[in-house]
Design a protein around this ligand. Structure first.
Ligand code: ZN
Ligand code: ZN
Length: 338
């Protein structure tokens, strides 16, 4: 079967690999129909993923069709279109035992720590497949991306009308915005890039936009009538932004780190205490987040139309991948079609 292998940083090859030999109990054989490309894939290509080993088959944002499946209690059968939860967890560690499968102590992400979906067929655990009768394969491949924001927002659980600040309007910040919109919160988006702010306002319908270069604290204070936002999400993965994000949280409010970076974060403890800030990290998502996103896309609460900006047939992906690295190409989501 056709497979795209990332042999080493900067070099993909289109090659032939053996088809899966069969399915083990609890597994399904699926045909890959769509693979979404995100920052993780771009970093892997550029050699900037510290723990990624080469050669590696990328692909963790998958819309697939079930080809072969044994008896199961999920109501899944051959021919069903499903989204794939690519976080392979052990089921036994302290996190798994408490339902926090997204931060399993030995978590392996498909297409990052193990070979992923850039191939015609793959076998997967049945419990990692999430079905929709309404979503297209394009939409199913977008679910994993949207889950990143959904998990963050569902952790902090905003109420309708609550002021919510999203710092960073890149792809991850936009998934936070999509989930936050579905919650009915009043959203403020902050970024350094006016194109990104315009996109968030004009295409995603965000109420308020603040450029971080222009008196950001004062602007956010004015928008919130002096209160400041009760929920702040940092999706920048930028040290300075993450350190400064504490300043934006209302007294009694919550701060969620969606983006991550390598260094230590520092903040002023008396201020942290005075406002009794609740600080969350958010990592990946759970089966329940996949169901939540699928529900929201099915109901139209999340519109996926603006998300897909680029496409390539499987055989042509290698030739087009370089262009997707260029910020000028304005890739939000590129889909590879099989
Ligand atoms: Zn991704
Ligand atoms: Zn585990």
């Amino acid at each position: 079967m056709k497979t795209i292998v990332l042999e080493r940083p900067g070099q993909f090859t289109l090659t032939d690999t053996p088809e899966p030999a069969g399915i083990a109990p609890g597994e399904a054989l699926v045909r890959v129909r769509r693979v979404g490309i995100c920052g993780t894939d771009l970093k892997a290509f550029e050699g900037k993923m510290p723990f990624l080993e080469y050669p590696r088959i990328l692909g963790h944002e998958l819309g697939v069709e079930i080809v072969e499946i044994g008896p199961n209690d999920r109501g899944l059968k051959a021919g069903d279109l499903v989204s794939v939860e690519p976080y392979l967890n052990c089921g036994e560690c302290i996190a798994c035992r408490r339902g926090k499968t997204n931060c399993c102590t030995t978590l392996k992400t498909l297409g990052v720590h193990t070979d992923g979906g850039m191939r015609e067929y793959i076998t997967l655990p049945i419990r990692k497949l999430h079905k929709s009768d309404k979503l297209s394969v394009d939409q199913l491949a977008l679910v994993e991306t949207l889950v990143i924001g959904a998990h963050a927002v569902r952790r902090a659980d905003p109420e309708p009308g609550e002021f919510l600040l999203v710092i960073g309007a890149g792809p991850i910040g936009l998934t936070v915005i999509e989930a936050a919109k579905a919650s009915g919160a009043e959203i403020i988006v902050m970024d350094i890039n006016n194109d990104r702010l315009n996109f968030a306002q004009q295409v995603l319908g965000v109420e308020h936009a603040v450029n971080v270069a222009d008196r950001p604290l004062e602007q956010v204070r004015e928008i919130t009538n002096g209160d400041m936002p009760t929920q702040v999400y940092d999706a920048t993965g930028n040290l300075q932004s993450m350190n400064n994000s504490f300043d934006y949280v209302a007294s009694g409010g919550k701060l969620v780190f969606v983006g991550l970076m390598k260094e230590n974060i520092s903040f002023n403890d008396p201020e942290f205490h005075r406002r009794e800030i609740t600080l969350y990290a958010s990592r990946n998502g759970t089966a329940s987040d996949f169901k939540w996103v699928i529900d929201k896309v099915e109901s139209g609460a999340i519109n996926t139309d603006p998300w897909i900006t680029h496409r390539a047939p499987f055989e042509q992906m290698i030739g087009q991948f370089n262009a997707w690295l260029d910020p000028a190409s304005k890739v939000m989501k590129a889909l590879v079609e099989l």
